[in-house]
Design a protein around this ligand. Structure first.
Ligand SMILES: Cc1cc2nc3c(=O)[nH]c(=O)nc-3n(C[C@H](O)[C@H](O)[C@H](O)COP(=O)(O)OP(=O)(O)OC[C@H]3O[C@@H](n4cnc5c(N)ncnc54)[C@H](O)[C@@H]3O)c2cc1C
Length: 422
């Protein structure tokens, strides 16, 4: 029976769902040997380094990933970077098909004066800092100010604002990086502004996340009722379902009585960032608004306005995404997930997307090329295979147990490799 070899670059949701679709399409005529290659010593992509630590249920999708990885025709090669340790061309030569599933890890920028000041950073750096991504452990966001501003009207902006505004002891039972919990406990931030360029009816937040905000035990959440009333009027009699449910959720917040908590999260709408103020670090931000310019004094600005893919040599890019037609890139190269579509949708969106690309791959495959695999090329490398990853995973879970955490994450590559016995 023909065995086709498939390399998947990137162990995030899109990569796993592509592997799953391949596994599900095996029959008497074809099977697949799948090698998944990941630059970090840990798999799961943004499920580990993006999803907010106070949303542990979302991370249970990792159980699905581990089931996919348990298949005897699946191998993990983590701690191997494509573009660094090995090239895309190497993979294209060896494998019948190569699927790029590398996500988008670079934060988009505003292009306004002051954006490069110390204390102005992207959510693409801030989020992996609190989630224990080894490359972001040292970013040290300034938390010694009274006010922080988060720019963006999507769930990433809301995650960042919530992490800054919640009572940090609420993180003790989560898998937040130890360094972040320690820093947030010392944080002087008591006011967090989350600002959107347009009105509430255009916000990309999703309603379950909005409905969760009033449940924060130690944080006041403030939305101006006038903003929501005006948005409801503008949205008219028959707003789209998502818009209506967002506006309903925001109205509940706007109408709720304000508590006396010392921490407050404020929503600002129709605030377009114009300039970040400061001489050598952030001291404030100027917005243009329908009522004229408004300045907010602050010491931290986090921008959460989207992501772009990091380029890998041999892969064509345009507008922060891999150039593709329905997932086909060139020759035997394909793309799935955020690298293909850009940063949109929920984790599940990557499943249908990957399944559709796998359909195309199936229609393109002819006969196996039997050109070997990458294991011969990685002799000098500390490769984290599935059994090494399982050791890391189990060690982290065990370390968290007595602390009441789902896991205590190791931070540096060296620590992770050590847990894996390398
Ligand atoms: C802050 C944040 C919070 C989110 N919260 C939620 C949520 O609560 N619920 C939800 O449904 N969705 C959430 N999402 C969206 C979800 O995480 C994405 O839809 C999903 O992770 C995209 O999957 P992906 O596989 O394309 O990319 P990723 O998850 O980014 O995975 C890409 C993988 O490729 C690896 N890689 C990159 N370059 C290379 C290379 N050169 N060589 C080898 N490996 C490489 C990366 O290390 C990474 O592991 C969130 C996203 C963010 C940013």
């Amino acid at each position: 029976m023909p065995i086709f070899t498939i390399a998947i670059v990137g162990a995030g949701p899109a990569g796993y769902f592509a592997a799953q679709a391949l596994q599900n399409s095996q029959n008497e005529e074809r099977t697949f040997a799948i090698d998944m290659i990941e630059r970090l010593p840990t798999p799961w992509g943004l499920v580990r380094s993006g999803v907010a630590p106070d949303h542990p249920k979302i991370k249970t999708v990792s159980k699905v990933f581990e089931k996919i990885a348990a298949d005897s025709n699946f191998r993990l090669f983590a701690n191997v970077e494509i573009g660094g340790d090995l090239s895309i061309a190497h993979l294209q030569e060896k494998y019948d098909a190569v699927i790029v599933a590398t996500g988008s890890a670079l934060g988009k920028t505003l292009g306004i004066p002051g954006e490069n000041l110390a204390g102005s950073m992207s959510a693409a750096d801030f989020v992996p800092w609190y989630n224990a991504h080894p490359d972001y452990a040292d970013i040290n966001p300034p938390l010694d100010c009274e006010t922080a501003v988060v720019i963006g009207a999507g769930n990433v902006a809301m995650d960042v604002a919530r992490m800054l505004a919640l009572e940090p002891s609420e993180l003790d039972t989560t898998d937040t990086a130890d360094h972040a919990i320690a820093a947030l406990k010392k944080s002087a931030i008591r006011n967090v502004y989350i600002s959107a360029r347009r009105g509430p009816e255009y916000a990309a937040f999703t309603s379950p996340e909005l409905r969760e905000l009033p449940k924060l035990e130690h944080t006041n959440v403030v939305i101006k009722k006038d903003d929501i009333d005006a948005a409801i009027a503008r949205a008219g009699d028959a707003p789209e379902k998502d818009v209506k449910s967002n506006l309903d959720a925001m109205l509940v917040i706007a109408e709720s009585e304000k508590s006396m908590h010392e921490r407050t999260m404020h929503f600002l709408f129709q605030h377009t960032p114009k300039e970040i103020l400061g001489s050598d670090h952030v001291e404030g931000i100027v917005y243009s608004t329908p009522d004229g310019d408004v300045t907010i004094k602050c010491g931290l600005v986090v921008t959460a306005i989207g992501y772009q893919a990091v380029s890998i040599e041999g892969v064509p890019y345009e507008n922060g995404k891999v150039i593709n037609i329905d997932g086909r890139v060139k020759e035997n190269l394909y793309v799935v997930g955020w690298a293909k579509r850009g940063p949109s949708g929920v984790i599940g969106t990557n499943k249908s997307d990957a399944a559709a690309v796998v359909e195309l791959i199936l229609s393109d495959l002819q006969s196996p090329k039997s050109a070997g695999d990458i294991s011969q090329l990685l002799t000098n490398q500390n490769v984290v295979d599935q059994s090494t990853w399982q050791k890391i995973n189990e060690a982290e879970i065990a370390a968290g147990e007595s602390l009441g955490k789902p896991r205590k994450k190791a931070i540096t590559r060296a620590e992770l490799l050590h847990l894996g016995g390398l």
